[in-house]
Design a protein around this ligand. Structure first.
Ligand code: GUN
Length: 285
């Protein structure tokens, strides 16, 4: 039976450390790190995420602002807000919650965020820096996954890592972070042939496909570390990952639960990026 990689506990440790560091930062500099979270429309999942981010800011001692805009907000109005936040000295990190309503081009908005305040690391400048391996911010979910893999105690050097999913938010940057740790990385996606066979080669399997319980125990090599980035609501309202926990946990050595695995780590990494952004702002004063 697999051991649980407890994202709730690990994220709490990260946040406790950040809280201590923030107390010192505030004492030394006379201001708190500031995060602005922007949400457009009424997506219920986004609302839950944004509330958690706000709560984490309060817990650690950051200044935070929420900008909740209605569904009919235009792209120009959102661009104006981003520009205002770019120029606001109280704000060191800007997060525009995705997805945005269909009439707003996400790429246009991401490109408008000052890369120095881009705590999601979605801006092309930051994406490029991650590719090169010389970065200020790590994207929050992949960074959270790396922390959980570290927690499992396995060294990634020379290991076979398989990432299922190729999104800009998770799959692609995840593969890059694993590569930076000298793993041999395979990225699989919806067009991959022999997905199961490839997954079975993984010492570390990271799943971010967005399909409830798709990855069952027969995809998993005995003793693999299994990281489930998925978050899906079943018809009976139960929250489940992309991995079928019951069958997978019989094969894996370590596995993340859903909820309580990657989710809380993402928020902890966002908080870490916000403090980094505030420190960077000091350097530029
Ligand atoms: N929507 C789902 N995950 C994320 C994330 O990490 N950042 C933002 N901005 N939106 C998201």
């Amino acid at each position: 039976m697999a051991k649980i990689l407890d994202g709730k506990a690990v994220s709490q440790r990260v946040k406790d450390d950040l809280k201590k560091e923030t107390e010192k930062f505030v004492k030394d500099n006379g201001f708190a790190p500031g995060l602005a979270v922007v949400i457009v429309g009424n997506d219920p999942a986004s609302r839950v995420y944004v509330n958690s981010k706000k709560r984490a800011c309060e817990e650690i001692g950051y200044y935070s602002e929420e900008h909740a805009l209605c569904e009919s907000t235009t792209e120009d109005e959102l661009l104006n807000l981003v520009e205002k936040l770019n120029n606001d000295d109280k704000i060191h990190g800007i997060l525009v919650q995705l997805p945005l309503p269909k009439h707003i081009n996400e790429e246009t908005i991401i490109n408008a965020i000052n890369p120095k305040k881009d705590v999601d690391a979605f801006h092309p400048v930051n994406v490029g820096k991650i590719m090169i391996g010389n970065f200020d911010f790590l994207p929050c979910t992949p960074a959270g996954v790396m922390e959980l893999i570290k927690e499992s105690g396995i060294s990634l050097e020379g290991k076979n890592c398989v990432v299922i999913g190729r999104s800009n938010i998770v799959g692609k940057p995840q593969a890059m972070l694993l590569l930076h740790k000298n793993a041999t990385v395979t990225i699989c996606h919806s067009k991959t042939k022999n997905l199961k066979e490839i997954a079975q080669t993984a010492d570390v399997l990271v799943v971010a496909v967005g399909r409830a319980q798709m990855i069952t125990g027969d995809y998993i090599k005995e003793g693999a570390v299994v990281i489930d980035v998925g978050m899906n609501r079943l018809e009976n309202k139960k929250l489940v990952g992309d991995v079928d926990f019951e069958s997978a946990s019989k094969k894996a050595s370590y596995i993340t639960p859903v909820p309580g695995g990657v989710g809380p780590m993402t928020i902890a990494m966002l908080m870490k990026n916000t403090l980094t952004a505030a420190k960077k702002a000091l350097e530029n004063k």
